[in-house]
Design a protein around this ligand. Structure first.
Ligand SMILES: [Fe+2]
Length: 174
């Protein structure tokens, strides 16, 4: 589970609005997508959860920002060993998942694939239709799961874990 300290640190440096399309509710939906997927794929759940909160944490704008995955990975590297503790192998998975998440690839370790799918299942919020050929895992290509994730994304659903696990209100930082 992501600690409140990690979320606070990420928000403290996040240059955009936490209410934006790449902000808190996106991170929380990605995290819940990832939890659902990881149960089926066997992905390393700690990596999947940390990916949810780091992969877009260094975006500089809400549009085209080619290097933001790399910057998110570097931010995670700064806080590995202090704010969270992954094994070297798991940290390498997190780093690669963040760095390469915007490249559109599908071939990778199952934990990285699960991270990428958890993010791609939340594309409906920017009116991009889900396309099975860009999903990496069988678990993500499940029709019911795709419909569930897509509906939440398009509705801008705000998961309760923001309050219950992260102890935040969306109004914490404008
Ligand atoms: Fe994302």
């Amino acid at each position: 589970m992501i600690s409140r300290a990690v979320i606070q640190m990420i928000l403290g440096q996040y240059p955009l609005s936490p209410k934006g399309i790449h902000g808190l509710s996106h991170w929380a939906r990605v995290l819940e997508n990832g939890r659902n997927l990881a149960r089926k794929t066997g992905a390393r759940i700690e990596v999947v959860e940390l990916f949810a909160v780091f992969h877009d944490a260094r975006r500089m704008n809400e549009g085209w920002d080619r290097e933001h995955g790399y910057r998110g990975a570097e931010l995670a590297a700064r806080f590995q060993g202090t704010h969270f503790h992954l094994s070297e192998r798991d940290f390498d998975l997190l780093y690669e998942a963040c760095r390469d998440h915007t490249d559109g690839g599908t071939a990778a370790d199952i934990t990285i694939q699960t991270c990428w799918d958890s993010d791609r299942l939340d594309l409906g919020r920017v009116r991009i239709d889900l396309d099975r050929k860009y999903l990496c895992t069988e678990a993500a290509r499940d029709s019911a799961l795709m419909a569930w994730a897509d509906r939440r994304s398009r509705e801008g659903f705000v998961p309760e874990l923001i309050w219950q696990e992260w102890d935040l209100r969306l109004a914490d930082k404008e």
